[in-house]
Design a binder for this molecule. Structure first.
Ligand code: MCA
Length: 461
Protein backbone atom coordinates (compact mmCIF):
# COMPACT_ATOMS: atom_id res chain seq x y z
CA UNK A 1 0.00 0.00 0.00
CA UNK A 2 2.88 2.38 0.80
CA UNK A 3 4.38 1.64 -2.63
CA UNK A 4 1.07 2.65 -4.22
CA UNK A 5 0.96 5.85 -2.18
CA UNK A 6 4.60 6.53 -3.16
CA UNK A 7 3.56 6.23 -6.80
CA UNK A 8 0.63 8.58 -6.11
CA UNK A 9 2.96 11.13 -4.48
CA UNK A 10 5.11 11.08 -7.58
CA UNK A 11 2.04 11.69 -9.76
CA UNK A 12 1.19 14.66 -7.54
CA UNK A 13 4.61 16.13 -8.27
CA UNK A 14 6.07 15.58 -4.77
CA UNK A 15 9.87 15.72 -4.94
CA UNK A 16 12.69 14.84 -2.55
CA UNK A 17 12.73 17.20 0.44
CA UNK A 18 9.18 18.50 -0.23
CA UNK A 19 6.94 18.77 2.79
CA UNK A 20 3.64 16.86 2.72
CA UNK A 21 1.22 18.33 5.27
CA UNK A 22 -1.22 15.66 6.44
CA UNK A 23 -4.34 16.46 8.48
CA UNK A 24 -6.29 13.24 8.56
CA UNK A 25 -8.09 10.96 10.99
CA UNK A 26 -6.22 7.88 12.18
CA UNK A 27 -6.30 5.05 9.61
CA UNK A 28 -4.13 2.37 8.01
CA UNK A 29 -4.03 4.54 4.88
CA UNK A 30 -2.46 7.32 6.95
CA UNK A 31 0.30 4.93 8.08
CA UNK A 32 0.87 3.89 4.46
CA UNK A 33 1.06 7.55 3.44
CA UNK A 34 3.65 8.20 6.17
CA UNK A 35 5.78 5.29 4.89
CA UNK A 36 5.30 6.47 1.32
CA UNK A 37 6.75 9.86 2.27
CA UNK A 38 9.83 8.17 3.75
CA UNK A 39 10.11 6.00 0.65
CA UNK A 40 9.87 9.03 -1.68
CA UNK A 41 12.29 11.18 0.30
CA UNK A 42 9.52 13.64 1.19
CA UNK A 43 9.12 15.16 4.66
CA UNK A 44 6.00 13.97 6.52
CA UNK A 45 4.29 16.78 8.44
CA UNK A 46 1.35 15.44 10.47
CA UNK A 47 -1.23 17.78 11.96
CA UNK A 48 -3.76 17.13 14.70
CA UNK A 49 -7.07 16.60 12.84
CA UNK A 50 -8.72 18.68 15.60
CA UNK A 51 -6.74 21.78 14.55
CA UNK A 52 -8.98 24.63 13.44
CA UNK A 53 -8.92 26.15 9.97
CA UNK A 54 -6.89 29.05 11.38
CA UNK A 55 -4.31 26.75 13.01
CA UNK A 56 -4.00 24.69 9.82
CA UNK A 57 -3.51 27.86 7.77
CA UNK A 58 -0.58 28.74 10.04
CA UNK A 59 1.05 25.32 9.58
CA UNK A 60 0.52 25.60 5.84
CA UNK A 61 2.12 29.03 5.66
CA UNK A 62 5.05 27.96 7.84
CA UNK A 63 5.84 24.52 6.36
CA UNK A 64 5.23 25.52 2.71
CA UNK A 65 4.20 22.02 1.69
CA UNK A 66 3.95 21.06 -1.98
CA UNK A 67 1.02 18.79 -1.15
CA UNK A 68 -1.64 18.91 1.57
CA UNK A 69 -3.67 15.82 2.40
CA UNK A 70 -6.94 16.18 4.30
CA UNK A 71 -9.66 13.82 5.41
CA UNK A 72 -12.80 14.27 3.35
CA UNK A 73 -14.54 15.99 6.31
CA UNK A 74 -11.87 18.54 7.20
CA UNK A 75 -10.76 19.83 3.78
CA UNK A 76 -10.09 23.52 3.52
CA UNK A 77 -8.85 25.67 0.72
CA UNK A 78 -5.07 26.11 0.54
CA UNK A 79 -2.79 27.70 -1.99
CA UNK A 80 -1.18 24.41 -3.05
CA UNK A 81 -2.18 21.05 -4.45
CA UNK A 82 -4.51 19.29 -2.01
CA UNK A 83 -5.93 15.79 -1.97
CA UNK A 84 -8.08 13.75 0.36
CA UNK A 85 -7.38 10.45 2.07
CA UNK A 86 -9.94 7.78 2.87
CA UNK A 87 -11.61 4.66 1.53
CA UNK A 88 -14.61 5.53 -0.64
CA UNK A 89 -14.12 9.27 -0.97
CA UNK A 90 -10.40 10.03 -0.83
CA UNK A 91 -8.89 11.40 -4.06
CA UNK A 92 -5.34 10.38 -3.11
CA UNK A 93 -6.56 6.95 -2.02
CA UNK A 94 -8.34 6.41 -5.38
CA UNK A 95 -5.25 7.55 -7.24
CA UNK A 96 -3.00 5.20 -5.20
CA UNK A 97 -5.44 2.32 -5.79
CA UNK A 98 -5.26 2.86 -9.55
CA UNK A 99 -1.46 2.70 -9.63
CA UNK A 100 1.11 -0.06 -9.60
CA UNK A 101 3.03 0.11 -6.30
CA UNK A 102 6.69 1.06 -6.58
CA UNK A 103 9.51 -0.61 -4.65
CA UNK A 104 11.90 2.21 -5.39
CA UNK A 105 13.31 3.92 -2.32
CA UNK A 106 14.78 7.39 -2.67
CA UNK A 107 18.12 7.35 -0.90
CA UNK A 108 18.44 9.99 1.80
CA UNK A 109 21.30 10.67 4.18
CA UNK A 110 21.01 10.36 7.95
CA UNK A 111 20.86 14.12 8.39
CA UNK A 112 18.05 14.58 5.84
CA UNK A 113 14.60 15.32 7.21
CA UNK A 114 12.15 12.46 7.51
CA UNK A 115 9.39 14.31 9.33
CA UNK A 116 8.52 17.59 10.90
CA UNK A 117 6.26 17.69 13.94
CA UNK A 118 4.84 20.93 15.25
CA UNK A 119 5.17 21.63 18.96
CA UNK A 120 3.52 24.49 20.79
CA UNK A 121 5.84 27.31 21.74
CA UNK A 122 6.35 29.74 24.62
CA UNK A 123 5.59 32.66 22.31
CA UNK A 124 2.21 31.27 21.30
CA UNK A 125 2.99 29.97 17.81
CA UNK A 126 3.90 26.34 17.07
CA UNK A 127 7.38 25.50 15.79
CA UNK A 128 8.29 22.68 13.41
CA UNK A 129 10.70 20.23 15.05
CA UNK A 130 12.85 18.80 12.25
CA UNK A 131 13.34 15.06 12.71
CA UNK A 132 16.00 13.30 10.71
CA UNK A 133 16.21 9.78 9.35
CA UNK A 134 19.17 9.15 11.66
CA UNK A 135 17.24 10.30 14.72
CA UNK A 136 14.17 8.18 13.97
CA UNK A 137 16.26 5.08 13.26
CA UNK A 138 18.44 5.50 16.36
CA UNK A 139 15.45 5.86 18.66
CA UNK A 140 13.51 3.03 17.05
CA UNK A 141 16.40 0.54 17.31
CA UNK A 142 17.17 1.53 20.90
CA UNK A 143 13.55 1.08 22.03
CA UNK A 144 13.04 -2.12 20.08
CA UNK A 145 16.06 -3.58 21.87
CA UNK A 146 15.51 -2.37 25.41
CA UNK A 147 11.82 -3.29 25.40
CA UNK A 148 12.55 -6.74 23.95
CA UNK A 149 10.25 -6.57 20.92
CA UNK A 150 9.87 -9.83 19.00
CA UNK A 151 7.88 -10.95 15.99
CA UNK A 152 5.40 -12.77 18.27
CA UNK A 153 4.47 -9.52 19.97
CA UNK A 154 1.09 -8.02 19.23
CA UNK A 155 0.87 -4.30 19.89
CA UNK A 156 -2.42 -2.81 21.01
CA UNK A 157 -2.30 0.63 19.36
CA UNK A 158 -4.73 3.21 20.70
CA UNK A 159 -2.63 6.39 20.40
CA UNK A 160 -3.09 9.19 17.90
CA UNK A 161 -0.60 9.01 15.00
CA UNK A 162 0.22 12.69 14.65
CA UNK A 163 2.61 12.59 17.65
CA UNK A 164 6.02 10.98 18.23
CA UNK A 165 4.46 8.53 20.73
CA UNK A 166 1.88 6.86 18.47
CA UNK A 167 3.61 7.32 15.10
CA UNK A 168 7.25 6.57 15.89
CA UNK A 169 7.64 5.03 19.35
CA UNK A 170 4.80 2.54 19.00
CA UNK A 171 4.73 1.79 15.28
CA UNK A 172 8.49 1.68 14.70
CA UNK A 173 8.96 -0.85 17.52
CA UNK A 174 6.35 -3.11 15.95
CA UNK A 175 7.63 -2.59 12.41
CA UNK A 176 11.23 -3.45 13.28
CA UNK A 177 10.23 -6.99 14.22
CA UNK A 178 7.23 -7.15 11.88
CA UNK A 179 4.99 -7.62 14.90
CA UNK A 180 1.26 -7.58 14.43
CA UNK A 181 -0.59 -4.42 15.44
CA UNK A 182 -4.18 -4.16 16.62
CA UNK A 183 -4.87 -0.73 15.25
CA UNK A 184 -7.70 1.04 17.08
CA UNK A 185 -8.93 4.25 15.52
CA UNK A 186 -9.04 5.99 18.87
CA UNK A 187 -8.69 5.34 22.57
CA UNK A 188 -11.86 3.78 23.89
CA UNK A 189 -11.90 1.55 27.02
CA UNK A 190 -14.55 -0.75 25.47
CA UNK A 191 -12.38 -1.67 22.44
CA UNK A 192 -9.22 -1.89 24.56
CA UNK A 193 -10.90 -4.35 26.90
CA UNK A 194 -12.37 -6.43 24.08
CA UNK A 195 -9.01 -6.63 22.24
CA UNK A 196 -6.73 -7.04 25.27
CA UNK A 197 -6.75 -10.84 25.22
CA UNK A 198 -5.13 -10.83 21.73
CA UNK A 199 -2.35 -8.38 22.59
CA UNK A 200 1.02 -8.61 24.35
CA UNK A 201 2.09 -4.95 24.53
CA UNK A 202 0.22 -1.71 25.08
CA UNK A 203 1.59 1.83 25.07
CA UNK A 204 -0.44 4.67 26.51
CA UNK A 205 -0.58 8.00 28.30
CA UNK A 206 -1.53 8.15 32.00
CA UNK A 207 -5.08 9.30 31.13
CA UNK A 208 -5.62 6.05 29.18
CA UNK A 209 -4.54 3.94 32.14
CA UNK A 210 -6.48 6.01 34.69
CA UNK A 211 -9.63 5.50 32.57
CA UNK A 212 -9.00 1.76 32.18
CA UNK A 213 -8.48 1.39 35.92
CA UNK A 214 -11.94 2.88 36.39
CA UNK A 215 -13.40 -0.24 34.74
CA UNK A 216 -13.54 -3.32 36.95
CA UNK A 217 -13.18 -5.61 33.88
CA UNK A 218 -9.61 -4.29 33.50
CA UNK A 219 -8.19 -6.74 36.01
CA UNK A 220 -5.58 -9.41 36.68
CA UNK A 221 -7.26 -12.05 34.49
CA UNK A 222 -7.71 -9.75 31.50
CA UNK A 223 -4.04 -8.69 31.62
CA UNK A 224 -2.54 -12.05 32.66
CA UNK A 225 -0.90 -12.83 29.29
CA UNK A 226 0.33 -9.24 28.64
CA UNK A 227 4.11 -8.82 28.40
CA UNK A 228 4.41 -5.05 28.76
CA UNK A 229 2.48 -1.87 29.49
CA UNK A 230 4.41 1.37 28.92
CA UNK A 231 3.35 4.87 29.90
CA UNK A 232 4.62 8.28 28.91
CA UNK A 233 3.92 11.75 27.46
CA UNK A 234 2.83 12.94 30.92
CA UNK A 235 3.85 12.10 34.48
CA UNK A 236 2.07 9.15 36.05
CA UNK A 237 1.21 9.58 39.69
CA UNK A 238 2.51 7.03 42.16
CA UNK A 239 -1.10 6.38 43.17
CA UNK A 240 -2.00 5.28 39.63
CA UNK A 241 1.15 3.13 39.51
CA UNK A 242 0.16 1.37 42.70
CA UNK A 243 -3.47 0.98 41.70
CA UNK A 244 -2.29 -0.48 38.38
CA UNK A 245 -0.22 -3.08 40.16
CA UNK A 246 -3.00 -3.98 42.61
CA UNK A 247 -5.63 -4.31 39.86
CA UNK A 248 -3.58 -6.01 37.11
CA UNK A 249 -0.50 -7.49 38.84
CA UNK A 250 1.64 -5.61 36.27
CA UNK A 251 4.16 -2.93 37.02
CA UNK A 252 3.80 -0.27 34.39
CA UNK A 253 7.02 0.74 32.63
CA UNK A 254 7.28 4.52 32.69
CA UNK A 255 9.52 6.25 30.21
CA UNK A 256 10.21 9.88 29.35
CA UNK A 257 10.52 11.67 26.04
CA UNK A 258 9.79 14.77 24.05
CA UNK A 259 9.13 15.55 20.40
CA UNK A 260 12.57 17.11 19.94
CA UNK A 261 14.44 14.08 21.32
CA UNK A 262 12.22 11.01 20.98
CA UNK A 263 12.41 8.79 24.02
CA UNK A 264 15.13 9.91 26.44
CA UNK A 265 14.92 7.55 29.42
CA UNK A 266 13.11 4.36 30.30
CA UNK A 267 12.58 2.21 33.34
CA UNK A 268 14.13 -1.21 32.72
CA UNK A 269 12.35 -4.17 31.18
CA UNK A 270 14.26 -6.46 33.54
CA UNK A 271 14.99 -4.99 36.94
CA UNK A 272 13.15 -2.61 39.16
CA UNK A 273 10.60 -0.17 37.76
CA UNK A 274 10.31 2.55 40.34
CA UNK A 275 7.17 4.73 40.44
CA UNK A 276 8.01 8.41 40.39
CA UNK A 277 11.18 7.84 38.35
CA UNK A 278 11.55 7.66 34.59
CA UNK A 279 14.49 5.26 34.63
CA UNK A 280 17.81 5.35 32.80
CA UNK A 281 19.00 7.23 29.70
CA UNK A 282 18.68 5.17 26.51
CA UNK A 283 21.88 3.74 25.01
CA UNK A 284 23.62 6.52 23.01
CA UNK A 285 21.77 9.22 24.94
CA UNK A 286 24.04 11.38 27.10
CA UNK A 287 22.11 12.99 29.93
CA UNK A 288 23.09 15.46 32.62
CA UNK A 289 21.31 17.67 35.11
CA UNK A 290 22.61 21.23 35.18
CA UNK A 291 22.03 24.44 37.04
CA UNK A 292 23.61 27.82 36.24
CA UNK A 293 26.14 26.29 33.82
CA UNK A 294 27.37 23.65 36.25
CA UNK A 295 26.53 19.98 36.52
CA UNK A 296 24.42 19.15 39.57
CA UNK A 297 25.42 16.74 42.30
CA UNK A 298 23.70 13.40 42.85
CA UNK A 299 20.05 13.95 43.86
CA UNK A 300 20.32 17.70 43.31
CA UNK A 301 17.57 19.29 41.22
CA UNK A 302 18.39 21.07 37.96
CA UNK A 303 17.37 21.19 34.30
CA UNK A 304 17.67 17.94 32.35
CA UNK A 305 19.93 18.26 29.28
CA UNK A 306 20.50 15.57 26.65
CA UNK A 307 22.80 14.91 23.72
CA UNK A 308 22.88 12.11 21.15
CA UNK A 309 21.93 10.90 17.71
CA UNK A 310 18.20 10.78 18.58
CA UNK A 311 17.95 14.57 18.76
CA UNK A 312 16.09 16.73 16.26
CA UNK A 313 18.13 19.00 14.02
CA UNK A 314 16.43 22.25 15.00
CA UNK A 315 13.20 24.22 14.55
CA UNK A 316 12.20 24.81 10.96
CA UNK A 317 13.38 28.23 9.82
CA UNK A 318 13.87 29.40 13.42
CA UNK A 319 17.59 29.84 13.90
CA UNK A 320 17.31 31.85 17.11
CA UNK A 321 14.90 29.43 18.76
CA UNK A 322 17.09 26.54 17.68
CA UNK A 323 20.19 28.18 19.14
CA UNK A 324 18.34 28.91 22.39
CA UNK A 325 17.29 25.26 22.69
CA UNK A 326 20.88 23.97 22.89
CA UNK A 327 23.85 24.57 25.20
CA UNK A 328 27.20 25.58 23.70
CA UNK A 329 28.38 21.97 23.85
CA UNK A 330 25.37 20.64 21.96
CA UNK A 331 23.04 19.44 24.73
CA UNK A 332 19.32 19.99 24.24
CA UNK A 333 17.86 21.93 27.18
CA UNK A 334 14.67 19.96 27.82
CA UNK A 335 13.07 22.46 30.22
CA UNK A 336 12.25 19.57 32.57
CA UNK A 337 13.44 19.85 36.16
CA UNK A 338 14.85 16.65 37.56
CA UNK A 339 17.66 14.87 39.34
CA UNK A 340 19.94 11.87 38.89
CA UNK A 341 20.45 9.37 41.70
CA UNK A 342 23.66 7.48 42.40
CA UNK A 343 22.62 4.63 40.08
CA UNK A 344 21.97 7.01 37.18
CA UNK A 345 18.18 6.92 37.49
CA UNK A 346 16.33 10.07 36.50
CA UNK A 347 13.41 11.55 38.48
CA UNK A 348 11.41 14.51 37.19
CA UNK A 349 9.92 17.19 39.42
CA UNK A 350 8.23 19.63 37.06
CA UNK A 351 9.15 22.12 34.39
CA UNK A 352 11.15 25.32 34.14
CA UNK A 353 8.52 26.82 31.82
CA UNK A 354 4.74 27.11 32.02
CA UNK A 355 3.82 24.33 29.62
CA UNK A 356 0.63 22.44 30.52
CA UNK A 357 0.30 18.69 29.82
CA UNK A 358 -3.36 17.76 29.47
CA UNK A 359 -4.17 14.15 28.61
CA UNK A 360 -0.71 13.82 27.01
CA UNK A 361 -1.16 16.96 24.88
CA UNK A 362 1.22 19.89 25.42
CA UNK A 363 -0.33 23.34 25.61
CA UNK A 364 1.49 26.61 26.16
CA UNK A 365 -0.59 29.13 28.18
CA UNK A 366 0.58 32.00 25.98
CA UNK A 367 -1.24 30.63 22.96
CA UNK A 368 -4.57 30.57 24.83
CA UNK A 369 -3.91 33.90 26.56
CA UNK A 370 -3.29 35.68 23.26
CA UNK A 371 -6.75 34.68 22.11
CA UNK A 372 -8.41 35.55 25.42
CA UNK A 373 -6.80 38.99 25.38
CA UNK A 374 -8.54 39.74 22.10
CA UNK A 375 -11.97 39.45 23.75
CA UNK A 376 -13.22 43.01 24.39
CA UNK A 377 -14.61 42.42 27.89
CA UNK A 378 -11.57 40.60 29.24
CA UNK A 379 -9.40 43.12 31.09
CA UNK A 380 -6.60 40.80 32.13
CA UNK A 381 -6.10 37.06 32.02
CA UNK A 382 -3.73 34.28 32.81
CA UNK A 383 -3.90 30.58 31.91
CA UNK A 384 -2.47 27.82 34.10
CA UNK A 385 -2.66 24.03 34.33
CA UNK A 386 -4.44 22.75 37.44
CA UNK A 387 -4.36 19.14 38.69
CA UNK A 388 -7.16 17.12 37.10
CA UNK A 389 -8.19 13.56 38.00
CA UNK A 390 -8.59 12.41 34.39
CA UNK A 391 -6.32 14.66 32.29
CA UNK A 392 -3.45 15.10 34.77
CA UNK A 393 -3.63 18.85 34.26
CA UNK A 394 -6.52 20.93 32.93
CA UNK A 395 -6.23 24.25 31.12
CA UNK A 396 -7.79 26.88 33.41
CA UNK A 397 -8.27 30.58 32.68
CA UNK A 398 -8.27 33.22 35.42
CA UNK A 399 -9.62 36.51 34.25
CA UNK A 400 -10.66 39.95 35.32
CA UNK A 401 -13.81 40.73 33.33
CA UNK A 402 -14.86 44.16 32.25
CA UNK A 403 -18.62 44.02 32.70
CA UNK A 404 -20.54 40.87 31.81
CA UNK A 405 -18.60 37.73 30.93
CA UNK A 406 -20.35 34.88 29.16
CA UNK A 407 -18.66 31.47 29.07
CA UNK A 408 -21.00 30.41 26.28
CA UNK A 409 -19.98 33.38 24.13
CA UNK A 410 -16.29 32.66 24.76
CA UNK A 411 -16.84 28.99 23.87
CA UNK A 412 -18.38 30.11 20.56
CA UNK A 413 -15.51 32.53 19.94
CA UNK A 414 -12.91 29.81 20.52
CA UNK A 415 -14.62 27.25 18.27
CA UNK A 416 -13.06 28.50 15.04
CA UNK A 417 -9.82 29.75 16.61
CA UNK A 418 -8.05 27.02 18.61
CA UNK A 419 -8.44 23.25 18.85
CA UNK A 420 -10.92 22.22 21.55
CA UNK A 421 -8.37 20.34 23.71
CA UNK A 422 -6.49 23.63 24.25
CA UNK A 423 -9.57 25.55 25.37
CA UNK A 424 -10.00 26.25 29.09
CA UNK A 425 -11.98 23.62 30.97
CA UNK A 426 -12.93 26.28 33.53
CA UNK A 427 -13.00 30.10 33.71
CA UNK A 428 -12.41 31.64 37.11
CA UNK A 429 -13.42 35.29 37.44
CA UNK A 430 -11.23 37.22 39.88
CA UNK A 431 -10.86 40.82 41.05
CA UNK A 432 -7.08 40.81 40.82
CA UNK A 433 -4.21 38.53 39.81
CA UNK A 434 -1.30 37.78 42.16
CA UNK A 435 1.85 39.64 41.14
CA UNK A 436 5.38 39.80 42.47
CA UNK A 437 7.30 43.01 43.24
CA UNK A 438 8.28 43.31 39.56
CA UNK A 439 4.62 43.15 38.53
CA UNK A 440 4.93 39.66 37.02
CA UNK A 441 1.91 37.40 37.45
CA UNK A 442 2.64 34.58 39.91
CA UNK A 443 1.22 31.52 38.21
CA UNK A 444 2.47 29.24 40.97
CA UNK A 445 0.33 31.09 43.54
CA UNK A 446 -2.78 30.41 41.45
CA UNK A 447 -1.76 26.76 40.98
CA UNK A 448 -1.36 26.36 44.75
CA UNK A 449 -4.48 28.24 45.75
CA UNK A 450 -6.76 26.47 43.25
CA UNK A 451 -5.08 23.05 43.30
CA UNK A 452 -8.32 21.24 44.18
CA UNK A 453 -10.63 23.11 41.76
CA UNK A 454 -11.20 19.98 39.64
CA UNK A 455 -11.48 17.56 42.53
CA UNK A 456 -14.52 16.79 44.60
CA UNK A 457 -15.14 14.14 47.21
CA UNK A 458 -15.87 11.47 44.53
CA UNK A 459 -12.93 12.26 42.35
CA UNK A 460 -10.09 10.68 44.25
CA UNK A 461 -8.24 7.85 42.58
C1 MCA B 1 -9.55 15.44 24.01
N1 MCA B 1 -10.07 16.49 24.71
C2 MCA B 1 -9.15 16.96 25.54
C3 MCA B 1 -8.01 16.16 25.32
N2 MCA B 1 -8.30 15.22 24.38
N3 MCA B 1 -9.16 17.97 26.40
C4 MCA B 1 -8.03 18.22 27.06
N4 MCA B 1 -6.89 17.50 26.91
C5 MCA B 1 -6.85 16.47 26.04
N5 MCA B 1 -5.75 15.75 25.86
C6 MCA B 1 -11.42 17.04 24.62
C7 MCA B 1 -11.81 17.31 23.19
O1 MCA B 1 -11.37 18.58 22.80
C8 MCA B 1 -13.31 17.22 23.24
O2 MCA B 1 -13.83 18.42 23.75
C9 MCA B 1 -13.55 16.14 24.28
O3 MCA B 1 -12.34 16.07 25.07
C10 MCA B 1 -13.81 14.78 23.63
O4 MCA B 1 -12.85 14.55 22.59
P1 MCA B 1 -12.32 13.08 22.27
O5 MCA B 1 -11.41 13.14 21.11
O6 MCA B 1 -13.48 12.13 22.23
O7 MCA B 1 -11.47 12.81 23.56
P2 MCA B 1 -10.86 11.51 24.08
O8 MCA B 1 -10.93 10.43 23.05
O9 MCA B 1 -11.41 11.24 25.42
O10 MCA B 1 -9.30 11.94 24.19
C11 MCA B 1 -8.60 12.03 25.36
C12 MCA B 1 -7.30 11.24 25.20
C13 MCA B 1 -6.53 11.86 24.01
C14 MCA B 1 -7.60 9.79 24.90
C15 MCA B 1 -6.50 11.34 26.48
O11 MCA B 1 -6.29 13.23 24.27
C16 MCA B 1 -5.25 11.15 23.73
O12 MCA B 1 -5.22 10.10 23.13
N6 MCA B 1 -4.13 11.72 24.15
C17 MCA B 1 -2.80 11.20 23.85
C18 MCA B 1 -1.94 12.26 23.30
C19 MCA B 1 -0.58 11.74 22.89
O13 MCA B 1 -0.40 10.74 22.22
N7 MCA B 1 0.44 12.47 23.27
C20 MCA B 1 1.83 12.21 22.94
C21 MCA B 1 2.56 13.53 22.76
P3 MCA B 1 -15.24 19.01 23.28
O14 MCA B 1 -16.25 17.94 23.66
O15 MCA B 1 -15.38 20.26 24.06
O16 MCA B 1 -15.10 19.22 21.81
S1 MCA B 1 4.04 13.62 23.62
C22 MCA B 1 5.13 12.68 22.75
O17 MCA B 1 4.86 12.16 21.70
C23 MCA B 1 6.45 12.51 23.49
C24 MCA B 1 7.56 12.16 22.57
C25 MCA B 1 6.30 11.37 24.51
O18 MCA B 1 7.14 11.32 25.44
O19 MCA B 1 5.43 10.53 24.35
Amino acid sequence: MSGQYAAALEKCGVKEGDRVLVKVEKSIDAVALYLACLQSGAVYVPSNPKNTVEETAYLFQDAEPSLVVFSHENSQSVDARSETLGRGHGSLTSLADSLQGTDEVTQRSGSDLAAMLYTSGTTGKPKGAMLTHRGLIANAIALHDIWGFESEDILLHCLPIFHVHGLFVALHCAMLSASEVIFLNKFDPESIISNMSEATVMMGVPTHYARLLGDSRFDHDLCAHMRLFTSGSAPMSELVHEKFQRQTSHRILERYGMTEAGIITSNPLEGERIPGTVGFPLPDMELRVAQDDRECDIDELGVVEVRGSHLFSGYWRQLEKTAAAFTKDGYLITGDIGSLDKHGRVSLQGRSNDMIISGGENIYPKEVELYLEEIPNVNECVVVGLPHPDLGEAVTAFLIPDGDFSEVAVGEYFKSRIASYKQPKKYVLVDSLPRNAMGKIQRSKLRDEYSTLFFDADNHI
